[in-house]
Ligand binder design. Structure first.
Ligand code: MN
Length: 476
């Protein structure tokens, strides 16, 4: 498999005009005469789009095309009123690169980037607004896109999805795209072919167009692989064509047979000059790049002693990574902090369908809780109650511990008297314990722990309690 991704760049205005790019406006209020290609209109290149493309190229370790050229890709479609799309065919702005994708098992999977080029988006055909008719919304026409093409390096759906997630994360770190897949900010085409094990030559491929979620990419690959395998195993041939993934039916179906490249009659766009970039421009952008996910992940493992897995999850989004660092700065307990962010906090956010940016618990508040776990004021059970208080806005961890009376009993004297009470109250179990073998003793110890916990309303420190109980039971 090889992947092509169309990434919408987060510029305020279109790639060749001053019309706004905001998502969700009334149809046809954000397309100007330039976007429609009216006679006499001249496009003006958006410098920000060029900057974003170069940032991306540097982010994937690609060679930057110091001279790139726009071409017209000619085709007819109702949502393309100009009759051509301005794209870059012969000389793209981003050339070959190699992108290392972290896999769930902690390994790195290298993907060869073939190229990435700037182009304009088309409008949208709206099929569900009028019965029996199709509406055309041209707001999207002229929105800047970066089309990112890979070599056929993917062998599994897992690799493809890991690459897409990684690309998504890179784009949002760089701030070059909002990465909102539901709004079409990142669309993926999957080129897929099968060949017998051990052979070199690729089979005939199909292209699944415009898949717009990670889960659908995974499913589309699975059903298309199955479909091609059935055809090949029954002696048939694959038709080279473009297919559409239908999520409702979980199947791919034919859209159109593949137009060969020269059907588009590419030729240089006469209204735009080539983009010529010098070293100073590129170096300046390189110097301004933020720390990227790969480097951040390595630093998290190195500096905080996190596992590959936790580090990957934390750096996945810049918001999560920043939250983690802000909280760890105060808590000084990186592993515990990672566990709480990826565990209880993520779970609570998920239940309420909230994003981390909307979290009612701030990094400082969570750190306050973690400090009290680390210094043994709270058992993990009590900590969950404090977290609930933080979530409900009851104050800081210390205020909640005070108000809810959640302090863990760690004082040896207090624990001893609790243990003594329980032992006195259960003479039969004590006799049983003293006569029992090791396995049976363990079971009975659990009984005593339960009783002391009950007597302390869950506030006895379990580690200390265990030791004390054993000592007092063994001494008879
Ligand atoms: Mn394209």
């Amino acid at each position: 498999m090889g992947l092509e991704v169309h990434l919408q760049l987060a510029t305020e205005s279109k790639i060749f005009s001053g019309a706004a790019t905001r998502f969700g406006a009334e149809p046809n209020v954000q397309a100007c005469a330039v976007d429609l290609g009216m006679p006499g209109m001249l496009p003006v290149l958006n410098a920000r789009a060029v900057q974003y493309a170069v940032m991306f190229g540097l982010g994937v370790g690609a060679r930057i095309g110091k001279r790139s050229v726009f071409d017209r890709k000619n085709y007819f479609y109702p949502d393309l009123p100009k009759g051509y799309q301005v794209s870059q065919f012969f000389e793209p702005i981003v050339c070959e690169g190699k992108f290392e994708v972290p896999m769930p098992d902690g390994s790195l999977f290298p993907v060869r980037i073939t190229r990435a080029h700037l182009e304009e988006d088309a409008g949208k055909s709206v099929h569900d607004a009028y019965a029996g008719q199709t509406g055309i919304d041209l707001n999207r026409a002229g929105t800047p896109l970066l089309e990112i093409v890979t070599e056929p390096d993917f062998r599994t759906a897992e690799q493809a999805v890991a690459y897409l997630k990684s690309l998504h994360s890179l784009a949002t770190y760089l701030g070059i795209s909002d990465g909102n897949m539901a709004e079409g900010s990142m669309r993926c085409d999957v080129n897929i072919s099968l060949r017998p094990t051990g052979t070199e030559v690729y089979g005939t491929r199909t292209e699944i167009k415009n898949v717009n979620s990670f889960r659908f990419v995974e499913k589309a690959i699975a059903v298309e692989t199955e479909r091609q395998m059935d055809i090949l195993e029954s002696g048939g041939h694959i038709v080279q064509e473009t297919r559409l993934y239908d999520a409702d039916r979980n199947e791919t179906r034919s859209m159109r047979s593949k137009e060969v490249a020269n059907d588009y009659r590419y030729f240089p766009e006469p209204d735009l000059l080539p983009i010529v970039l010098d070293d100073a421009y590129i170096d300046n952008i390189r110097a301004g790049l933020p720390e990227l996910p790969g480097a951040k992940r390595a630093r998290f493992i190195e500096t905080y002693g996190l596992s590959d897995y936790d580090a990957s999850l934390l750096v996945d989004s810049r918001t999560t990574a920043d939250f983690f660092e802000a909280a760890t700065d105060i808590s000084k307990a990186p592993k515990l902090t990672a566990n709480w962010i990826l565990g209880d906090l993520a779970g609570a956010l998920n239940r309420e369908s909230l994003d981390l940016t909307e979290s009612p618990v701030s990094p400082e508040a969570l750190a306050g809780l973690i400090v009290r776990i680390a210094d043994d004021t709270l058992s993990s059970k009590l900590a969950k109650q404090v977290f609930e208080g933080l979530w409900l806005g009851e104050g800081t961890a210390d205020e909640i511990i005070e108000a809810r009376g959640l302090k863990q009993v760690t004082d040896t004297g207090a624990l001893e008297s609790l243990v003594a009470q329980v032992i006195e109250g259960h003479p039969d179990q004590v006799t049983q314990y003293q006569a029992a073998d090791e396995a049976k003793q363990k079971k009975l110890l659990g009984f005593f722990v339960g009783q002391v916990m009950k007597a302390s309303k869950g506030q006895a420190n379990p580690q200390r309690l265990n030791g004390l109980l054993r000592a007092m039971l063994d001494s008879g």
